[in-house]
Design a protein around this ligand. Structure first.
Ligand code: ADP
Ligand code: MG
Length: 291
């Protein structure tokens, strides 16, 4: 592109808070045919709230207090929501020791002399937890689009905590605008398949790649590239940085983490999913002007 076309494109973007880091970013934007979107914090607001609490074999408050003891030690948004609920309900703060975070799965600790786990089915399977009737309850909540987290004590599931993270107001419009430009939209998430599928359907998203461990997001982007796709990855988290770097175009949500913002080629200052199609259209406009 000519220097003038690049200046115009960069300036148009800046007016909307769409920051292209360099000329290459602007030029690459014109050639994208697949947009991969992280779910949590990108398509959704990233502020989950607890919607359902189910306990099995002990009082609900006791189950929640055990879960919260672990989640107070974790930085994860799901953990924060669970810890906050326990505080709001005025539950006793039990102390946790030997805390261990398991990325993309959950967390483990000793609480009041018992080994407590909070996390997804993958974590429970790895730890040989007996799910009992909590498996079915988890599945029902996941089918409803909730993120359902299991709680286990000494090898047995004692509860399910379901959380919902509201989708961003313009997420569906952003997907529709990308489709109008002939671009395929894929959701990439660590969340389980049923939850991800339900939210993707709400938003009109074509394909879902669920249950991806944080360290595997970049490999999923590379697989799409190996299949001939020219991929833009949109994300907000520390976990998303390698995938942003691998993609042909990395787009960071402005409200995201510093690592994501540093790694990206484009930063959306307004954290609005609608600015994804805007960025790609500015790229196309810039290319047209140089011909
Ligand atoms: P995302 O890709 O949506 O940001 P993560 O990779 O961080 O998700 O986590 C994937 C899944 O692992 C979550 O949906 C949840 O089931 C489980 N998980 C991770 N951390 C925690 C935690 N601290 N407490 C409970 N569940 C967790
Ligand atoms: Mg995220």
């Amino acid at each position: 592109a000519t220097p003038t076309a690049i200046m115009v494109g960069t300036g148009l973007g800046a007016q909307r808070g769409v920051l292209f880091k360099n000329a290459t970013a602007l030029e690459t934007s014109a050639r994208i045919d697949t947009v991969v979107m992280d779910k949590t914090g990108t398509l959704t607001k990233g502020a989950p709230e607890v919607t359902d609490v189910i306990a099995s074999g002990l009082p609900e408050e006791e189950m929640l207090a055990l879960a919260a003891a672990i989640e107070r030690e974790s930085e994860h948004p799901l953990a924060r929501a669970i810890a906050d609920l326990a505080t709001t309900r005025g539950l006793p703060e039990l102390s946790a020791s030997d805390f261990r975070n398991v990325p993309g799965q959950g967390a483990v600790a000793q609480v009041t002399g018992r080994r407590v786990l909070v996390g997804n089915r993958r974590l429970m399977t790895a730890e040989s937890v007996d799910l009992g009737d909590m498996a079915g309850r988890r599945d029902e909540l996941a089918a409803a689009g909730r993120t359902a987290v299991l709680v286990a004590v000494d090898g047995k599931a004692i509860g399910v905590i379901a959380l919902a993270d509201a989708v961003r107001d313009t997420a569906a419009a952003a997907v529709a605008a990308l489709h109008e430009s002939g671009i395929e939209v894929v959701m990439l998430t660590g969340d389980n398949a049923a939850t991800a599928r339900r939210i993707a359907d709400q938003l009109g998203i074509d394909a879902v790649i669920p249950e991806v461990l944080p360290g595997d997001k970049a490999a999923k982007v590379a697989e799409l590239q190996a299949a001939g796709k020219r991929v833009a990855m949109v994300g907000d988290g520390v976990n998303d940085a390698p995938a942003l770097a691998t993609a042909d175009l990395g787009i960071a949500i402005g409200a995201g983490t510093d690592v994501a913002i540093e790694t990206a080629d484009v930063v959306l200052m307004r954290s609005d999913p609608l600015d994804v199609p805007v960025a790609l259209r500015i790229g196309k406009g810039t290319r047209r002007k140089m011909r």
